[in-house]
Design a protein around this ligand. Structure first.
Ligand SMILES: [Fe+2]
Ligand SMILES: [Fe+2]
Length: 132
């Protein structure tokens, strides 16, 4: 079974944001645990809803925090969030009971893209904010 592991070295130095990133990994792991089980029909839609909702909330919270960095930097970061949201929605839209392996693989790739975003962009935004 696929799973993802949150590590302390992924932290960016903002306790609230770090907690939210960890929780996003947690929801993804609950989806991985559910895929392929009998209960998936009952709970998969709910879990994806939770992931959509929490992702939206997380991006919104970050955008409030990064806002003082100026319009250009803010918009560039916001566009990256919009892309990640669109990619996540596409995974759920292409899910079916016949391709749950593909759903798991696509979600794993999405979490990897999210981690790349955390390490390269969120960390950079937090550093810029501390330097400003
Ligand atoms: Fe983030
Ligand atoms: Fe971000």
């Amino acid at each position: 079974m696929i799973s993802v592991e949150w590590k302390p070295e992924y932290e960016i130095g903002n306790a609230e944001i770090d907690g939210q990133h960890r929780f996003l990994f947690d929801i993804a792991n609950r989806i991985f645990q559910t895929l392929g089980t009998e209960e998936q029909i009952l709970v998969l839609s709910e879990l994806f809803d939770e992931l959509f909702e929490y992702t939206r909330r997380h991006f919104r919270d970050e955008e409030v925090i990064w806002r003082p960095l100026g319009e250009e930097i803010f918009q560039a970061h916001r566009n990256k969030h919009l892309l990640l949201r669109t990619q996540l929605e596409a995974i759920w839209l292409s899910d079916s009971i016949f391709n749950r392996d593909k759903t798991a693989q696509s979600l794993y790739e999405w979490v990897s893209a999210l981690l790349h975003h955390v390490l390269n962009f969120d960390r950079g935004m937090n550093r810029k904010l501390l330097d400003s």
